[in-house]
Design a binder for this molecule. Structure first.
Ligand SMILES: Cc1cc2nc3c(=O)[nH]c(=O)nc-3n(C[C@H](O)[C@H](O)[C@H](O)COP(=O)(O)O)c2cc1C
Length: 302
């Protein structure tokens, strides 16, 4: 077994490195570009009950060292998604995770149920979408717990809940989803943000507010991981936010994550998984570490 192997509770991963949903397409359409054999799992872009057309352009803007996106979770809906991709999941040399999103509980349950029949290995729950009242599930412990309960009842697959660092306190959301049956949490999704061009006075995104991702959000995600690792020590964590090299991965492990997802870095360097894997192997050799699991939560307090 590779020293990069880890687990999320009883769910084993061949590598701690994971793709971040929405940055590796449907997984199937990125299989020639990204070497998924280096990843412990590849989560596909989020899928809703019906097709969502997404927002009008502009939907992407680079700001400072990060990236704003307001795609609006464009996707073909679960039925068309399963027809287009399910048969090809066996060709992916790692676990494929589906990602469910909806505006209400029935929608989450329906997508999770249909997704389970499509051959995915686990299901990630994207809680960052607004409910019918316009409030993101991820900001409310009760709403988040209700979504996880609905998905838990709809599938026997392992499930992870993807949280938002915008939630305050995030430990309340983590505790609610753990209680509702989540096997792990992904910490975290992009941070809500916006930007306006002083010359044109136009917002960078047609939808005004979107998700900010990349290097600037890493300290925010690390803080969220630390809080959850302390407050819910038996809840496995996938760290996510601003990872583009092996040192960033180690940082998340030391904070308490058991696995680490790479997102926006794929847009600049689709093969970033290779340099991260090499870097991790070098780090382990240098520090005489035989398994990355030795690093989980192992930061040295001052
Ligand atoms: C263009 C784009 C699309 C995304 N789509 C999704 C999505 O469909 N579902 C989801 O859970 N997260 C989505 N995300 C969030 C990422 O999975 C990740 O949580 C976030 O970008 C933070 O990680 P990073 O800083 O490494 O990019 C998207 C991010 C970007 C940049």
């Amino acid at each position: 077994m590779s020293g990069l192997a880890t687990n999320l509770g009883s769910y084993d991963l061949s590598s701690l490195l994971i793709g971040a949903s929405g940055t590796v397409g449907s997984v199937v359409d990125f299989r020639e570009t990204i070497d998924f054999s280096l990843y412990g799992a590849a989560p596909a872009k989020s899928v809703s009950p019906e097709a969502w057309s997404g927002r009008e352009p502009p939907r992407i803007a680079h700001r400072d060292a990060g990236m704003l996106n307001g795609i609006g979770i464009q996707n073909p809906g679960i039925e068309a998604w399963a027809v287009a991709h399910a048969d090809a999941f066996v060709s992916i040399p790692t676990d494929v995770w589906g990602s469910v999103v909806a505006h209400d509980l029935d929608g989450f349950a329906e997508v999770a149920n249909q997704m389970s029949l499509s051959g995915v290995d686990a299901i990630e729950i994207n809680l960052s979408c607004p409910n019918l009242d316009g409030r993101p599930f991820a900001l409310d412990p009760k709403l988040s717990g209700d979504v996880v309960s609905a998905v838990r009842a709809a599938t026997t697959l392992p499930i992870g809940a993807k949280l938002s660092s915008d939630a305050e306190p995030i430990i309340a959301i983590a505790a609610a989803v753990q209680e509702a049956g989540a096997d792990w949490v992904v910490v975290a999704n992009s941070v809500m943000g916006s930007s306006i061009d002083p010359e044109t006075r136009r917002p960078a995104l047609s939808g005004l507010i979107g998700g900010y991702s990349g290097a600037p959000i890493r300290p925010i995600a690390i803080k969220s991981v630390l809080e959850i690792a302390k407050g819910a020590p038996d809840l496995p964590i996938v760290g996510c936010g601003g990872v583009s090299n092996a040192a960033h991965v180690v940082e998340f492990l030391l904070a308490g994550a058991s696995a680490v997802a790479v997102g926006s870095a794929h847009f600049k360097t689709p093969r970033v998984g290779k340099s991260i894997t090499r870097g991790l192997n070098r780090y382990m050799k240098r520090h005489d570490i035989s398994s990355v699991t030795e690093l989980i939560g192992a930061y040295e307090p001052w």
